[in-house]
Write a protein that binds this ligand. Structure first.
Ligand code: ARG
Ligand code: ZN
Length: 453
């Protein structure tokens, strides 16, 4: 190990030709504090800004509030100092993660073998590096060519290709669209894991599950498994806690725009930073980033057909409705809430995981430029952000044994929303093509027409 001023690097695996310098978090701890008074809030804000501590929740020091959870990562070199300081100010704290690096190491796959890449052998209960997700996309469309197509979406700032998958049952009639993206924020690995799980589940079950077969008759599913590809790769190779994309700023002195602050929804107005070294840097202008533009252009082009926009993040366990930049509710907020509450209660039914539901600015924090707000503003009626597990115990470093339960419960919530949307816009139901039900519906039709006249 070499010690550079303030940062410890270590030689990663010494695989020939794959020498990597990866940021290490040995001995870093994550603290949980619930400040009790305004004085404590002020002190903590001061502490976070002067020691440049990494806030995990909330995102910005100004959003620290009395009575609300505060999660901070404290680098190993400052752990003792921070503890002494908190004791001195009689602020009680709990150590959530005693060693961040140890937790990170546990969620890395042990070996990479080729069987992991074939569709039947793809392991959905592990996190996958981007390379494998690219291969997975190719495989999944090859082996489900009757239903799945892969489409070009655009290029990232580092010139990688963005693709989305379209799940679409061949049909004569025009259908509506459900959009879902994952991986806007690089370090939220559970999010891409869920997009992959979602696709797998749909493909596995659409024939046997009447609910899925019903909505697939009316709806096409567009899934973008990783929106922020460069950031995701960077989080695998260089810094597990990277959040933003990898656009260079100020002649390469700082990197990355927070893509979920970069959309054209009251861009730059609240809960963002104009400093490119900040985690919430909103970019040089609305849609300044190629990843944002790529998504926005496709959605803009299809907006009259998109009924539902879902964007998957972690962590905190929330289903969030618009808006983040104003506390003014959207016109359909009651319905949005009703559907989200239903989804949260179905989710809880599986493993008891409790989700909070509500408008972002009211129950989490204010932020502008989010994709969810933008999607709603351009007229997509159902627009939600999911903040998946957990509640802070492991935060951004969710252990792999939680991938499966998280995905299972989230699947239930997401399908609840899709079913609602389906039934709202296609109330007549799906056309059942069995002769029996055809006869029955003909009878009913005759009967209804007759009673109506
Ligand atoms: N995924 C969210 C974001 O990056 C986090 C939301 C709140 N949770 C948290 N731990 N800060 O903006
Ligand atoms: Zn996020």
């Amino acid at each position: 190990m070499w010690l550079f001023p303030g940062i410890i690097f270590s030689l990663g695996m010494l695989i020939p030709g794959k020498l990597s310098l990866k940021l290490q978090y040995d001995g870093d701890q994550v603290f949980h504090i619930v400040p009790e008074t305004f004085q404590q809030v002020q002190h903590l804000q001061h502490l976070c800004s002067t020691l440049l501590l990494d806030l995990w929740k909330p995102q910005l020091p100004e959003d620290i509030r009395a009575g609300e959870d505060l999660h901070i990562r404290v680098p190993a070199s400052l752990v003792q100092e921070v503890k002494d300081n908190l004791d001195h100010h009689m602020i009680s704290y709990k150590v959530l993660i005693p060693d961040v690096q140890e937790l990170m190491d546990q969620s890395m796959p042990k070996e990479r073998s080729s069987h992991r890449q074939v569709p039947e052998g793809y392991v959905y209960t592990q996190y996958h590096p981007m390379e494998e997700i690219y291969q997975w996309m190719t495989q999944i469309q090859k082996s489900n060519s009757e239903l799945v197509t892969q489409h070009y979406l655009g290029k990232t700032i580092e010139n990688r290709t963005m693709y989305y998958l379209q799940i679409s049952q061949p049909s004569e009639k025009t259908k509506k669209i459900i959009w879902m993206d994952c991986g806007i924020h690089a370090r939220e690995w559970i999010s891409p894991a869920f997009c992959q799980w979602f696709v797998k589940e749909i493909l596995q079950n659409y024939k046997s599950d009447p609910k899925i077969s019903r909505f697939l008759q009316n709806l096409d599913l567009y899934v973008l498994p990783v929106l922020n590809i460069d950031g995701y790769i960077y989080s695998w190779e260089k810094d597990r806690l990277w959040r933003k994309n990898r656009s260079p700023h100020m002649n390469g002195t700082c990197y990355g725009t927070d893509l979920n602050r970069n959309f054209n929804s009251s861009w730059g107005s609240v809960g963002v930073s104009y400093n490119c070294s900040s985690e919430t840097f909103c970019g040089s202008g609305p849609e300044s980033e190629p990843e944002t533009r790529a998504v926005a252009q496709l959605i803009e082009r299809k907006k009259s057909d998109i009924l539902c926009y879902l964007t998957i993040h972690s962590y905190g366990q929330y289903i969030l409705t618009p808006y983040g930049f104003t506390t003014e509710p959207p016109s359909n907020s009651e319905e949005l809430m009703h559907v989200a509450e239903k989804a949260a209660s179905v989710l809880m039914g599986k493993y008891g995981t409790s989700y909070k539901v509500g408008s972002t600015s009211l129950i989490l924090y204010s932020n502008s430029g989010s994709s969810r707000d933008w999607a709603h503003m351009i007229g997509i009626p159902f627009s939600y952000t999911f903040e998946l597990r957990d509640n802070g115990t492991y935060g951004f470093v969710l252990p792999i044994d939680q991938i499966q339960p998280t995905c299972e419960e989230t699947m239930l919530a997401v399908t609840t929303i899709i079913e609602y949307v389906d039934q709202k816009y296609f109330p007549g139901g799906a056309v059942m093509l069995t002769s029996g039900s055809l006869g029955l519906s003909l009878c009913l039709n005759v009967l209804l027409t007759w009673t109506a006249s």
